[in-house]
Design a protein around this ligand. Structure first.
Ligand code: NDP
Length: 451
């Protein structure tokens, strides 16, 4: 990059920092994209003149609202809710809802920004958004969850709709929470419409949606390995998380002959040298979904496994790594440990799980590294297909949707290769995903003029 563009990039980032004080996650997400986009638009005056990137880092709107609810002891509780609608140039806003104590405006702005690129990469007509609340569902009863979801939707319904904004699940929001929110939307509006995705199949949900993010991440990994003449069969893998994405990624890895060594939650991780096969994954699913238990209980059930309290799995030696829990869970030292232990490929099931310094370690070591906006796009892609099925009042079968997901992930991989091939045999998947995602949204914005 020429010195003048370096200066422009620094000036641009300085402006982002000034306008978004203290929003570290959002600034990090913009930083990761800006460098690649500056390189790409260096000789493309139309994007400069229209201030496209400057406009993309300013969300269309950020809605913040109070969520009051009553707990089981009849105490009134107050939470904050948000919906960040980042960009709807190529389709209605689309992105998940997260319920977690760590949720704040910065986290949701970063997620909505990333979502804009991710949704563009899928090739489907979806803009980028994200929402959520600092509500912690972990220690709540089922009726408390219901009351909270209903209260949350009582405000959110004004800002969403099948052609406006279509939320889905994310951390802390699964099919139970989607059901409560969908029911409340239907009650308030008296309309049955595809306003949320990730619904149960009984009322308009798509088959393959629960599996799509984890399966898609492993398919992306497969495509990367295949591109470099390798495959998953016979390889060991470490996975973080024990939620929707982690467990479906684990399932797919097993099906393709991989051996999963670890799973985790926010308290620690389990390492099972014998491998966490299909039966054990089913047991963890029941533990997490039915008993709402902790991953530490795994070692009481399966001898030979070890539990590491307060630790992350990245120092366990393995060929492949899939961070599937949360943002910034894989730091520089973890990345170095992975590389030193011979890891050849990383595919992110979570959004921005690797810090900027961690990403640099992977790139410097020239190992295959797929950022979340590419690797975990399978979830939102099948959500896009759920929107199509709802609009047409039809339901496609598992096999058809599985084939569509495979094709979509292959297509996203190809786009990354097209824009990320450095010409010396190394594919920079971050650059590929950033540029391919940017270009489609930017061209649509150019067509609209100054709006
Ligand atoms: P779930 O709520 O189903 O599971 C999240 C898992 O991550 C749990 O095991 C949770 O442990 C762990 N976790 C959450 N926060 C932390 C933390 N701060 N530190 C350590 N572990 C943590 O969420 P999903 O599986 O749906 O989502 C996981 C990631 O994938 C997120 O980054 C999400 O944005 C991303 N994603 C999800 C998609 C989807 O379709 N669901 C689509 C695309 C991306 P605990 O139970 O202890 O909190």
């Amino acid at each position: 990059m020429p010195a003048s563009d370096h200066a422009n990039l620094e000036q641009f980032m300085e402006g982002v920092k000034q306008r978004n004080p203290g929003q570290t996650e959002f600034i990090q997400a913009v930083q990761e994209v800006a460098q690649d986009i500056f390189d790409f638009i260096e000789d493309k005056q139309e994007y400069h003149e229209a201030q496209i990137l400057r406009r993309m880092v300013e969300p269309d709107r950020v809605v913040s609202f109070r969520v009051c609810w009553e707990d089981d002891s009849h105490r009134i509780r107050v939470q904050r809710g948000w919906r960040v609608q980042n960009n709807n140039a190529i389709g209605p806003y689309k992105g998940g809802i997260r319920f977690h104590p760590s949720v704040n405006e910065s986290v949701l702005k970063f997620l909505a920004f990333e979502q804009t690129f991710k949704n563009s990469l899928t090739g489907l007509p979806m803009g980028g958004a994200k929402g959520g609340s600092n509500f912690d569902p972990h220690d709540k009863s089922d009726s408390e969850i219901m009351r909270f979801c209903q209260s949350f939707m009582t405000e959110l319904y004004r800002h969403v709709g099948p052609d406006t904004d279509v939320p889905a699940g994310d951390i802390g929001v699964g099919s139970r929470e989607i059901g409560y929110m969908f029911g409340q939307y239907k009650r308030i509006t008296n309309r049955w419409e595809g306003v949320l995705t990730g619904k149960a199949t009984e009322y308009g949900g798509s088959k393959m949606r629960p599996e799509a993010t984890g399966y898609g991440a492993v398919q992306f990994l497969c495509n990367m390995l295949r591109h470099s003449g390798s495959e998953i069969d016979g390889k060991t893998a470490i996975i973080s998380g024990a939620g929707n994405v982690a467990l479906h990624a684990a399932e797919k890895l097993c099906d393709l002959g991989g051996k999963v060594l670890t799973l985790s939650d926010s308290d620690g991780f389990v390492h099972d040298p014998d491998g966490i096969g299909r039966d054990k994954i089913e047991w963890v699913k029941r533990l997490k979904n039915e008993r709402r238990g902790r991953i530490s209980e795994y070692v009481e059930e399966f001898s030979g496994a070890e539990y590491h309290e307060g630790k992350r799995p990245w120092h366990v030696a393995a060929d492949l790594a899939l961070p599937c829990a949360t943002q910034n869970e894989l730091e520089e030292d973890d990345a170095k440990a992975l590389v030193d232990n011979g890891c050849i490929a990383v595919a992110e099931g979570a959004n921005m799980p690797t810090t900027l310094k961690g990403v640099k370690v992977f790139k410097d070591a020239r190992i295959m590294y797929a950022p979340g906006k590419a690797a975990n796009a399978g979830g939102v892609a099948v959500s896009g297909l759920e929107m199509s099925q709802n609009a047409e009042r039809i339901s496609w079968n598992q096999e058809r949707l599985g084939d569509m997901l495979t094709e979509l992930m292959k297509d996203i991989h190809e786009k990354c290769v097209t824009y990320g091939d450095d010409g010396d045999g190394y594919i920079d998947y971050v650059k590929g995903a950033n540029i391919a995602g940017f270009k489609k949204v930017a061209d649509a914005m150019l067509a609209f003029g100054v709006v």
